[in-house]
Design a protein around this ligand. Structure first.
Ligand code: GSH
Length: 193
């Protein structure tokens, strides 16, 4: 399998972490989004969305969207709960991550750390909604060590990607102690640093 990814991107690292955790062999093709490498004609022929990550399976079929790729990779593994309700709760967190967490927590980080925008100049809506997302996680994690029960799942992979670097966008994880402790647990469970 080939993985097209930019190492600065949490969405791309999700795919790397899952492949590493499962011992799946892959070739990582570093694709610099700041240089427009995901927008070349060649790249667009493989992923018309012009984004990373994208995977090309061993039989040549392409697949985009970080959460779709990790779901495909982790099929049948411990990262996907066997119980149908728990599995649905994992999806619940993963869909929520893409609509209510990543657009704020990841975008703040990108603008501050990679575009050099001062935290004070971030759009107030991004700061408010990012904080609300972290608070939502804090409530969920007051109940259990991982987002879905006692074991690490793709819900944790999807959400740890940008939560662990939320401070790079001006968010302070000290305000969310359950989230902060969970980040450490997930990093340990996935063996990421
Ligand atoms: N929902 C997508 C988001 C992908 C995405 O936003 N990728 C960004 C990097 S994190 C990208 O490729 N940006 C470059 C561009 O759009 O040109 C996923 O989870 O894979």
């Amino acid at each position: 399998m080939k993985i097209y990814g930019d190492s600065i991107s949490g969405n791309c690292l999700k795919v790397k972490w899952v492949a590493d955790f499962l011992g799946r062999p892959y070739t990582w093709i570093e694709t610099d989004i700041l240089k427009g490498e995901s927008r070349t004609a060649e790249y667009l022929a493989m992923n018309p969305a012009g984004q990373v990550p994208a995977a090309v399976l061993d039989d040549g079929r392409p697949l985009a969207q970080s959460n779709a790729i990790i779901l495909h990779l982790a099929e049948g593994s411990s990262l996907i709960p066997a119980d149908p309700y728990d599995r649905a709760r994992m999806y619940e967190w993963m869909f929520w991550e893409q609509y209510s967490h990543e657009p704020y927590v990841a975008v703040a980080r990108f603008q501050v750390t990679y575009l050099g925008k001062p935290v004070e100049d971030l759009e107030p809506r991004i700061v408010e909604r990012g904080g609300a997302a972290l608070q939502r996680m804090e409530l969920g994690l007051a109940e259990s060590p991982f987002l879905v029960g006692d074991a690490v799942s793709l819900a944790d992979v999807a959400l740890v990607a940008y939560t662990r670097v939320a401070h790079e966008g001006g968010f302070c994880l000290d305000l969310y102690p359950a989230v902060k402790a969970w980040v450490g647990r997930v990093e340990q469970a996935l063996n990421i640093h």
